[in-house]
Design a binder for this molecule. Sequence first.
Ligand SMILES: [Zn+2]
Ligand SMILES: [Zn+2]
Length: 408
Amino acid sequence: MTTYDTTENTFPGLVELDALRLTVIVDNEVDNMSSVPKDLGLTTQMQSLFKDHRRLDKDRSTVIPPPASGDHTHAHTHATGDDKDDASKHGMATVNFNFSDVCCGAHGLSVLLTGVKDGKEHRVLFDTGPHSAIFLENAKRLEIEFEKIEVIVLSHWHIDHSGGMLAAVERCEHARRQQQLHQSASPVVLDLHPDRPDERGACLTKPSPPGSAAPLEPIEYVAWGKEASFPALESAGGQVSLNAKAHTICENYFGVSGTIPRKTTYETGIPNHVRWSDATKSWSSEEEIMDERYLVARVRGKGLVVLTGCSHAGVINVCQDVQRAFGPEKENGENKIFFVVGGFHLAGASMETRIQETVKDMKAINPAYMAPGHCSGWRAKSALENAMNGQVVSLGVGSDFCITQQQH
Ligand SMILES: [Zn+2]
Ligand SMILES: [Zn+2]
């Protein structure tokens, strides 16, 4: 049993960013239509595709515009050049929208963060989704500039967050080579918790008779896939940086926590989670996933933005730890939790019983906004929205939030 570092999380020197952009590369949900408060500066992927004529102006030459009245000369010409103007005068479409450019949802999480301070940017990738195919395809559709990603922060070793990591490292390395930055740019840093399991999974158990206090009897172990090894990540071009304690990265633009203290009475881990050991060739119960870490950034005039991968620690434990680490909210809003983003892990029969207490405590924390995504579940999302009307937004894949002091 690994002993986890229990040093309190602190983030001395975390800078106030002028702007923070969050680009959702992988999430469970696709939502390109729900309205979002202007404060969050959201552009959904479909909105940005509509505006992007490079992506729209394809194949429309096959469309035959209608003839102008009394003029049959255009009847069988194609909608190119001047004909396009004619087509739009007639209310015809002149460009195509390709739904194949829209990102797909998948069970997992990956968010690209771009912090800006005095015109200088730093980019960090938080998690990498469940597998390389979805991560790479969505990243391609979003035109992610991999050469600019400096650090990949893994929230915790679970394949729905780490499954795309090897591919992400390879793309970062490849993009650096293509941009001829290979000699000058540093390799992408992989900020990981040292307690890497060989593999994690779930244990299916026999239903126990009502009222029985007997331990649950396993009937089957379901493995989720091997985690990439440190040597494999390094040979793909990454520079492994193991961190069990809170620290800041990218010139103090972002803070990454150490162990998240488990304090609430009801956020007690997730039943049936198990860990495989190659050494002992055995599974062991692991309900708490203690290697999980959160990421935090602060934006001038707005407050703190918190990213939580799966909230195995409990989203209230995460938020309360952020509050403790930064201290009381100041009158100018400094130290206020502005936006909580990620998996709140409140889906599934055994977790849904925690929704009521979570909502009550979240109301006390009162972040300006929340984007409960990934494993949050629709029941928790609707309960939070009912209790805190207007403070919940969807974390649709392909969404691009741009948080700045200015109103949009
Ligand atoms: Zn997880
Ligand atoms: Zn997860």
